[in-house]
Ligand binder design. Structure first.
Ligand SMILES: C[S@@+](CC[C@H](N)C(=O)[O-])C[C@H]1O[C@@H](n2cnc3c(N)ncnc32)[C@H](O)[C@@H]1O
Length: 270
């Protein structure tokens, strides 16, 4: 499991406010998966619960969604959204892709991983769990970064960290974010037993007023792992160098970050 020990209340609160891009991707994924009233959904890595809460309105009184996340801070923010709601068809619990919790096999119609899959270290184990928890004919849905088309800060650091003074000192293998390629994702899904695999790439743009705003987004989204693999002594310089590169992406609308996302949907055989 990726390291969630650096997460904090402040990062979880911040994420809840700055995660519109992830939320929009989740809503689109849910539509692509055909999630509908009455279904049972597992939202893996639900973060602060924005997508789960949206899904609860789609699923209606006869459906239900369970959001799981390894971060107690994020599950805390998500749980606060249930206060005062009676008969909520949504539930939040600590759990991860690799260790989702004690659900019976064949519990869910859908399992989604929205902006989560690249944070999962043991992807085969996570997909095997999803397969087990799905009903026959149920679907897994994933939105995740594309390693062949890195976006934003990742595109900048991939290049920067091959240069002096970073080369050989940045522990690239310890970067908490481990995106896959389209082919790798296809193979992972096939190996887990899924069929009818459909993977599409979508491009989106977001604008930021300053490099600091980009850093805040990355810190909150990575639950405190941003630049953690860079030696502490090099981090201030790394932030300054990344900020310079981000300024080169400034347009009249702000710093433009282009994100390429893989959307994958696959079915457990009926
Ligand atoms: C960028 S957030 C996405 C949150 C939410 N799905 C959304 O769309 O807004 C990534 C989330 O993945 C969670 N996470 C990290 N490692 C995980 C793992 N191994 N299994 C499941 N979730 C994990 C983090 O705690 C964090 O809440």
């Amino acid at each position: 499991m990726s390291d969630i020990s650096h997460d904090a209340q402040e990062l979880a609160d911040s994420y809840d406010h700055i995660s519109d891009s992830q939320f929009k991707r989740g809503v689109l994924l849910a539509k692509m998966m055909g999630i509908r009233a009455g279904d049972a959904v597992l939202d893996v890595g639900c973060g602060t619960g924005r997508l789960s809460m949206y899904l609860s309105t789609v699923l209606g009184p006869h459906g239900r969604v369970v959001g799981i996340d390894p971060s107690p801070y994020r599950i805390g923010v998500a749980g606060d959204k249930l206060k005062g709601l009676n008969d909520a068809n949504v539930q939040f619990a600590i759990g991860s892709g690799e260790r989702p919790g004690s659900f019976s096999a064949g519990t869910f119609d859908h399992v989604c991983y929205c902006s989560v899959f690249h944070w999962i270290d043991d992807k085969p184990t996570a997909l095997a769990s999803s397969y087990r928890l799905l009903k026959p004919g149920g679907k897994v849905g994933i939105t995740t970064g594309d390693r062949e088309n890195p976006s934003g800060v990742k595109r900048i650091t991939n290049r920067l960290f091959t240069q002096t003074p970073y080369a050989g000192r940045v522990k690239t293998a310890e970067d908490a974010s481990k995106p896959v390629t389209e082919n790798e994702l296809d193979t992972l899904l096939k190996d887990a037993g899924f069929e009818d695999i459909e993977i599409v790439k979508r491009t989106s743009k977001r604008y930021y007023s300053s490099p600091e705003e980009v850093f805040r987004f990355n810190e909150a989204s990575s639950f405190g792992n941003f630049l953690r693999h860079v030696p502490e002594s090099l981090r201030p310089q790394a932030r300054a160098d990344i900020a310079d590169e981000l300024e080169k992406c400034r347009t009249s609308d702000g710093i433009e970050i282009v994100t390429k996302t893989l959307y994958a949907i696959a079915r457990k055989p009926a």
